[in-house]
Design a protein around this ligand. Structure first.
Ligand SMILES: Cc1cc2nc3c(=O)[nH]c(=O)nc-3n(C[C@H](O)[C@H](O)[C@H](O)COP(=O)(O)OP(=O)(O)OC[C@H]3O[C@@H](n4cnc5c(N)ncnc54)[C@H](O)[C@@H]3O)c2cc1C
Length: 378
């Protein structure tokens, strides 16, 4: 790298890397960033809780949903605003004008080599910088979604403004009396995108090995048909989205001498798979630390609450369909502040323990037994 030693080298310009590079440059640091497609608009449909989106202009919100619902056996309206991000506006709100942006794809050795030309090297290359393997066995969230006009999607929403998680089982194969024994649960995520279209996505919250996207597409097709949505919604949608989120991020320590940020590190929530709101916030505080001359030893240090979230992931991976419905009815019955604690990447041990304990007490006895078995067995 020419031009002398820089303050920060950021590898990867997804939400985590871009937010950090931009925040560091804004604070006057000399920043180099490397990404194979630095100008690309991010493809995923990112949703976050509005209260977790701080320090950004209103333009970054594409769609605002006042009361998304969780449906399991019962219907639960969440009194918490959920927003869909406008990726073009978000990227514009994280400008790279003062960053030396380079086009390139680096392996671990290439990232490590940057330590000779940058005071701090941050690896933000995502969970799988070498590309996703179809047979990746790590626990992952997978989903298959279609974008359709709002009037086409209306029967799927069944009167809800938005469905954050609809766990009901109308995705089952009909006609053969099929139950759900042995099947991984999945839910419908149905989110208006603010431009007269709706994302309808069949999602497996987490499975190991991950549930195949083809299976999720078939379930979406059956679920939508059961609700009276025309088959063309899946056959000829306005857009498609495929999701694969390794729940534990990269799942190995950072490259020697570097920091790992976003899902390259420990920035993701191991139960929900979400990371964007946390990464945007953490980028600012990390940039503050770097601008103050500190040399942080890690970005998202291990925390006592991690063990509880890992137990939460174990439960999600092991619970059958009935147990999962009971779990999310328990979640839906929580007061809003405990729902927040359960889903937040930043909740304290006490917050998360209180939320999980309260969920447990709000479940029926059969559900509690299943949850205890799923969580506590090795
Ligand atoms: C379809 C989809 C939908 C999602 N929806 C949500 C959501 O609604 N809310 C939420 O919070 N989370 C969501 N997630 C999960 C997670 O938050 C995202 O994966 C998020 O993009 C992670 O941000 P990141 O910057 O850490 O990594 P990434 O977004 O993966 O960014 C990594 C960057 O590194 C670059 N890169 C990769 N390899 C190399 C290399 N070898 N050298 C240099 N650069 C490299 C890539 O080009 C990319 O720009 C979703 C994920 C997917 C896949």
């Amino acid at each position: 790298m020419s031009g002398g030693r820089v303050d920060v080298a950021v590898v990867g310009l997804g939400p985590a890397g871009r937010a950090l590079a931009s925040a560091c440059a804004t604070r006057g640091l000399r920043v180099v960033a490397v990404d194979p497609r630095p100008d690309a608009v991010w493809a995923p449909t990112y949703g976050v809780w509005e209260d977790e989106l701080v320090g950004l202009p209103a333009s970054v919100v594409r769609s605002r949903l006042a009361a998304p619902e969780v449906r399991a056996v019962d219907v639960h309206r969440l009194s918490r605003r959920y927003v869909v991000l406008d990726n073009v506006a978000l990227q514009a709100a994280l400008p790279l004008g003062d960053v030396d942006v380079r086009r390139g794809r680096l392996d671990d050795a290439g990232v490590a080599a940057l330590t000779s030309s940058a005071r701090v090297v941050v690896d933000a290359r995502g969970a799988r910088p070498q590309g996703l393997r179809v047979d990746d066995p790590a626990p992952a969230q997978t989903a298959f979604g279609v974008v359709v006009p709002a009037d086409v999607a209306a029967p799927a929403l069944q009167g809800a403004e938005a469905l954050l998680m609809d766990w009901r089982t109308d995705w089952r194969a009909d006609g053969d009396g099929a139950g759900t024994a042995g099947l991984r649960p999945s839910f419908l995520y149905a989110i208006p995108l603010g431009d007269g279209t709706v994302l309808l996505e069949e999602t497996c919250l987490a499975a190991s090995p991950p549930l195949h996207v083809e299976e999720l597409e078939a379930r979406l097709r059956r679920r939508l048909a059961a609700r009276g949505v025309a088959p063309s919604a899946v056959d000829a949608p306005l857009g498609r989205e495929v999701v694969h989120i390794p729940m534990r991020g990269r799942g190995r320590p950072p490259v020697e001498g570097t920091l790992a940020h976003g899902v390259a590190g420990r920035g993701g929530h191991v139960v929900t798979g979400y990371s964007v709101a946390h990464a945007l916030r953490r980028s600012r505080t990390l940039a503050d630390e770097l601008a103050a001359g500190h040399a942080p030893r890690g970005v998202d240090a291990p925390a006592p609450a991690d063990a509880l979230r890992e137990a939460g992931l174990r439960a999600v991976l092991r619970l059958d369909v009935e147990g999962t419905l009971a779990l999310f009815d328990g979640f839906g019955r929580l007061p809003a502040h405990l729902q927040r604690a359960y889903m937040s990447r930043d909740g304290s041990l006490l917050d998360v323990a209180t939320a999980m304990g309260s969920m447990f007490r709000r479940m029926p006895w059969s559900g509690r037994r299943e949850l205890a078995r799923a969580t506590l067995l090795p």
